[in-house]
Design a protein. Sequence first.
Length: 81
Amino acid sequence: MNTIEAMREFLGWCSVINVGLLMFSAIFVALLGGPISRIHAKMFNLDESDLSSTYFQYLAQYKIAIIVFSIVPYFALTIMN
């Protein structure tokens, strides 16, 4: 990654992959929330009712991380050129 162009392209692809994973995770939790909640409740000794807020918090924090570490630097490098 010697040039700004290479770094910008890298961050662009990181953003695309991360947003894709976020969408996949959100759809997966929305469609299969019940079976996943039962499995995670048994694995971690949690109440199933607490897991929906935990899933929401995970998705929200992942979205913030994507914005801060991938999308904002990508746009900053795009503006610099």
